[in-house]
Design a protein around this ligand. Structure first.
Ligand SMILES: Cc1cc2nc3c(=O)[nH]c(=O)nc-3n(C[C@H](O)[C@H](O)[C@H](O)COP(=O)(O)OP(=O)(O)OC[C@H]3O[C@@H](n4cnc5c(N)ncnc54)[C@H](O)[C@@H]3O)c2cc1C
Length: 413
């Protein structure tokens, strides 16, 4: 084993992956640890959930990504804790000593302590969640196709997405299109005019963080796609058969898609470092943990404020922070100055379905077909692997021209 300083990175997501890449050819040994053996492109998970693409099209094996990086090793295991004094990462496969540690463990779903939601709602965080949603939605149609009881049939055909951020908006739009453009031809006994897709948001507007004109445009597009958008609406309880809102209204439904909350991954609570309310770890502007200069935290797991506001939990933040961390590790080794992190917000976008998206890029706002094309292009380029890009492009083209979805399979009983 080489005696070069050992950099251990926990998490092969957007942040961790980029730190490891930036350290290629540098005088360090890199070990990347993740509980899964692949990098997951989460922004397209909702398309797996709505039968548009296959899971393997948005995932890529970590070992294949780093095939030619000589100072790299991968360990597939779950990290259970870290001994910051002894400088060792505890994993299910034993301890891994480090000289520098990068915590890039991302986020998990936040149900805000609501046990009924945790038990019955369907979150969207990883591949198995997306496949569960796909199976569930298709199963609701199979059951409804032969259901004689009108009320039960209506509850099977009511789909509620909670959370008006990009994931909720994209899921509701894609679900409505799946139903009205594709499933209507598969289930001829079901009148799709009776199928309801409802998007609920607690705030007064969907897509908080987007300029107002784009929020309005997104809402109009959703309504055009027959999504019932309800703002200032809070879910109090869900028992798997009916939602109870905080105003007392009851909505019978077998489907509640939950994308209304995220918090830092659970490991952040086991490090003995200072956390915020949603579990993120406070870091200095150089992304170091207080009193532990050899421990860096990035991405969704890190809490850093700019102009008094916490940085958003988005891929761009994680990737830009990764560059600073790689620089700062090498700077510390070479006794040169470290750099502080400043977020360059390129913009944000969300798609609502075919021909419809909203985008604000470098301060320029646009929506409709042009925004949709830009959205498609950016997501295609960002996918890892030429094969994945090609297959996703073919799937998109197929569903665009033939009003068909590639993966309408119920794969679990
Ligand atoms: C459905 C969905 C849609 C999204 N859409 C967008 C979008 O359109 N645009 C955008 O910018 N952002 C989007 N995001 C957010 C974006 O994916 C995150 O901000 C980004 O992934 C954060 O990167 P990260 O490196 O911090 O963590 P992640 O990319 O989440 O990676 C964390 C890694 O850590 C691993 N890990 C966690 N705990 C452990 C452990 N104990 N042991 C071992 N490994 C562990 C995980 O397996 C994972 O691979 C979306 C997120 C979701 C869930």
């Amino acid at each position: 084993m080489s005696d070069k300083p050992h950099v251990v990175i926990i998490g092969a997501g957007f942040g961790g992956l980029r730190v490891a890449k930036r350290l290629a050819g540098k005088p360090v040994r890199v070990t990347l640890i993740d509980k899964r053996n692949y990098h997951l492109f989460q922004p397209l998970l909702y398309q797996v959930a709505t039968a548009g693409i296959s899971p393997h099209e948005i995932a890529y094996p970590v070992r294949a990504i780093f095939r030619s990086q000589k100072n790299f090793d991968f360990l597939m295991t779950r990290v259970t804790g870290v001994d910051l004094e002894k400088r060792a990462v505890h994993t299910e496969q034993g301890d891994v000593p480090y000289d520098y540690l990068v915590v890039a463990v991302g986020a998990s779903v936040n149900f805000f302590g609501n046990a009924s939601l945790e038990r019955h709602a369907l979150p969207l965080k990883d591949i198995s969640d997306a496949v569960t949603i796909r199976n569930h939605v298709l199963r609701m149609f199979e059951q409804a196709a032969h259901e004689q009881d009108v009320r039960k049939r209506q509850s099977l055909l009511t789909f509620v997405a909670v959370g008006g951020g990009p994931t909720g908006v994209e899921s509701a739009g894609a679900l409505s299109e799946l139903i009205r453009l594709v499933l209507r031809r598969d289930y001829r006994t079901i009148n799709v005019d009776n199928v309801r897709v409802i998007l609920m948001e607690g705030a007064p507007m969907i897509l908080p963080g987007f300029p107002e004109s784009l929020r309005l445009s997104a809402r109009k597009s959703l309504e055009h796609k027959r999504v019932d958008v309800r703002v200032e609406t809070l879910v109090k309880d869900y028992d798997g058969e009916k939602i109870t809102l905080d105003n007392g209204e009851i909505i019978p439904t077998r489907t509640l898609l939950w994308s209304a909350g995220v918090r830092a991954a659970s490991l952040t609570g086991r490090l003995g470092l200072e956390q915020t309310r949603n579990g993120r770890l406070r870091v200095s502007p150089t992304l170091q943990a207080p009193n532990h200069p050899n421990v860096f935290v990035i991405g969704d797991a890190a809490h850093l404020e700019e102009n008094g506001v916490a940085l958003p939990m988005v891929a761009q933040v994680a990737m830009q922070q990764a560059q600073i961390v790689a620089h700062n590790i090498l700077a510390d080794l070479g006794k040169t100055p470290t750099r502080e992190f400043h977020y360059k917000n390129i913009g944000s976008m969300a798609t609502i379905g075919r021909n419809a998206a909203v985008a604000c890029v470098f301060g320029v706002k646009f929506h409709g077909y042009l925004a949709w094309i830009v959205w498609l292009t950016i997501h295609l380029i960002a996918l890892i692997g030429f094969r994945n890009r090609l297959v996703v492009l073919i799937d998109w083209a197929w569903s665009y021209f033939f009003y068909d979805r590639a993966v309408r399979l119920i794969t679990r009983e």
